[in-house]
Write a protein that binds this ligand. Structure first.
Ligand SMILES: NC(=O)C1=CN([C@@H]2O[C@H](COP(=O)(O)OP(=O)(O)OC[C@H]3O[C@@H](n4cnc5c(N)ncnc54)[C@H](O)[C@@H]3O)[C@@H](O)[C@H]2O)C=CC1
Ligand SMILES: C[N+](C)(C)CC(=O)CC(=O)[O-]
Length: 321
């Protein structure tokens, strides 16, 4: 089966924090959007959220014809999905609810319309169990705010066609996103697995009376958080190994994983694991020297710092706030 990738009408089911973010992104890309949410007052809340996001989207640049009034809010699931070219579900994170909802969505949708779920970590094989044409069903896990952050994790279930994953990636790219194909269906996917580890440690620090929430947030936003906006952990640590790179870093800091720095059990540092990390990071490093990458990192940091400073001052904050 071939799936629809040239989309004109985007359907959003669930219009809370994430659903409204999808609606804003789709509208800003010049699509017609149909939305449904069972909560009383949901339409007014959705329109208010879109209006709040619109100035940022205008600054980022709207597609020709993009307009907030191309959103139609409807009363039933069937009406929402019937004519849609692409469907995104952003309902509460409950397996039973998503299972039941997807049985209804997929029965009413065009058979070749792709269906994405925003789930943060439930397994698509489980919640698409009763779907009609499950081969077109994927996870498209976004990040908040969906209308500005580009990452979307794309995950297939046991019955998802590989072509559907590729087609969904194409659609998300057409919405200006940066899809990351999660090749194995695992709880929490990639990003939330990482975020949850950080979150778990942060809660331990709070629980043990070691730091306040503000101090923990400062530890992120004035340090690693600034780096993470342009360089991930592996390449950052490659630079932290100096000219000897990741192998030296692993030799120096690898054993620290066995110290009680974290409450999470650490993996055994086998030669295979070290080799994989070293090989992966040397591929990321490419032909650039450590010094070149350091200059690139410093330039990025200065640009990010300058941008944050300017934006904070525009909103009445000092840089250190
Ligand atoms: N909040 C976040 O930071 C992120 C959340 N997600 C995922 O997005 C999904 C939605 O989460 P949020 O927007 O944060 O939740 P939310 O609570 O803000 O919104 C959920 C919306 O679903 C509606 N709803 C209730 N029952 C429904 C049903 N049977 N069918 C359709 N909609 C229904 C609610 O009225 C509400 O408007 C979840 O799967 C969550 O894991 C993904 C990325 C980030
Ligand atoms: C807290 N969360 C698990 C819902 C977060 C996400 O899924 C992604 C994000 O926006 O951080």
């Amino acid at each position: 089966m071939s799936f629809i990738t040239q989309i004109k009408t985007f359907a959003a089911l669930g219009s809370g924090v994430i659903g409204s973010g999808w609606v804003a992104r789709a509208l800003a890309h010049g699509l017609d959007v149909v939305a449904w949410d069972p909560a009383p007052g949901a339409e007014a809340a959705l329109r208010a959220r879109i209006a709040n996001a619109w100035p940022a989207l205008e600054k980022a640049g709207l597609a020709p014809g993009a307009a907030q009034d191309r959103l139609r809010f409807v009363a039933t699931i069937e009406e929402c999905v019937r004519d849609a070219d692409f469907i995104q579900e952003s309902a509460p994170e409950r397996l039973d609810l998503k299972c039941e909802l997807h049985a209804k969505i997929s029965a009413a949708a065009k058979p070749n319309a792709l269906i994405g779920s925003s789930t943060s970590g439930l397994l698509p094989s489980e919640f698409y169990a009763d779907a009609t044409h499950p081969e077109r069903c994927v996870v498209g896990h976004p990040f908040n705010p969906v209308y500005l952050l580009p990452l979307v994790e794309v995950v297939g279930g046991a019955k998802t066609a590989p072509e559907a994953v590729q087609a969904a990636i194409q659609v998300y790219e057409s919405l200006g996103m940066r899809p990351l194909h999660v090749r194995k269906e695992v709880p929490g996917f990639i990003a939330d697995r990482l975020l949850e580890a950080l979150w778990r440690e942060a809660l331990h620090l709070i629980n043990d009376g070691i730091a306040s929430t503000g101090e923990i947030d400062d530890a992120i936003r004035f340090g690693a958080g600034l780096r993470w906006s342009f360089m991930g952990t592996f390449l950052t640590y490659t630079l932290a190994g100096g000219n000897a790179g990741m192998r030296h870093f692993m030799a120096q800091f690898g054993p620290a994983l066995q110290l009680p720095w974290t409450y999470l059990p650490a993996p055994e540092l086998t030669e295979t694991l070290i080799d994989r990390v070293v090989e992966g990071t040397s591929e990321q490093q490419g032909s650039r020297s450590i010094a070149e990458l350091e200059r690139y990192r410093d330039d990025c940091l200065l640009a990010v710092l300058g941008a944050i400073k300017e934006t904070k001052s525009k909103h009445g904050f000092a840089f250190a706030d």
